[in-house]
Design a protein around this ligand. Structure first.
Ligand code: CA
Length: 227
């Protein structure tokens, strides 16, 4: 088995479909139908990733995500949103979402996204050296980031984005390249996703963040004193 995927969805027809497609890929599937049971399943079952509906009874998906992040749980989370205003909430609130997909979605697309976040979380070999740039250190093995020696909490996607840029300091990546190389799929969600995650990494690292905007091209990582 490739790991357990926690599917949080209150519509039976959708969760049945997701269970079918996800288990076909060799993952185990556990379905939770409300926010509270999702929280307890996330805490006790250690899923490889969570597919999290935003609109849920009692405690909605954004609250579940916020609660997990607040307790230091950085399991990859793929949000399912039903409306544009939900997309804005997921992207805008620095919730710590890794990705989102808009309903109605194809189950194949959901599976592709799940495989992508799970693959990214397990790409690193045990002897890879930490990446350093200025005061920022990225430990690829423990997936920890420090700023001037102090730990910084990043989501799985923020971590992967920063690590990808820092592997080749000075190299400039277009948004489309980053979507395909970091997220692992074509730019169907649009490049706004990249900008949002870059903004979140910058917000967390403050003045000493190494990500530079290269106007009209994309992003690169450089030591803060490089011009
Ligand atoms: Ca729902």
């Amino acid at each position: 088995m490739r790991g357990l995927i926690l599917v949080v969805e209150d519509e039976r027809a959708i969760s049945d479909l997701l269970r079918l497609y996800i288990s076909r890929e060799g993952f185990g599937v556990h379905v939770a139908t409300d926010g509270l049971s999702a929280l307890s399943a996330a805490r006790t079952m250690h899923p490889a990733a969570i597919v999290l509906d935003v609109g849920l009874p009692a405690m909605d998906g954004t609250e579940v995500c916020r609660a997990l992040r607040a307790e230091g749980n950085w399991v990859p989370i793929l949000f399912c949103t039903a409306r544009d205003d939900e997309v804005d909430r997921v992207l805008g609130l620095e919730l710590g979402a890794d990705d989102y997909i808009t309903k109605p979605f194809s189950p194949r697309e959901v599976v592709a996204r799940i495989k992508s976040v799970v693959r990214r979380a397990s790409l690193v070999t045990a002897d890879e050296k930490p990446l350093e740039l200025g005061e920022v250190t990225v430990d690829l093995v423990t997936r920890r980031v420090t700023l001037g020696g102090e730990p910084v909490a990043l989501t799985a996607t923020e971590f992967d984005l920063l690590a990808h840029l820092m592997r080749h300091p000075g190299r400039v990546y277009s948004r489309e390249q980053l979507l395909s190389e970091v997220w692992g799929y074509a730019a169907v969600v649009g490049t706004r996703t990249v900008d949002v995650h870059v903004a979140q990494v910058r917000g967390k690292l403050g003045d000493r963040n190494p990500i530079r905007t290269v106007r009209g091209v994309g992003y690169s990582a450089e030591a803060p004193d490089a011009s």
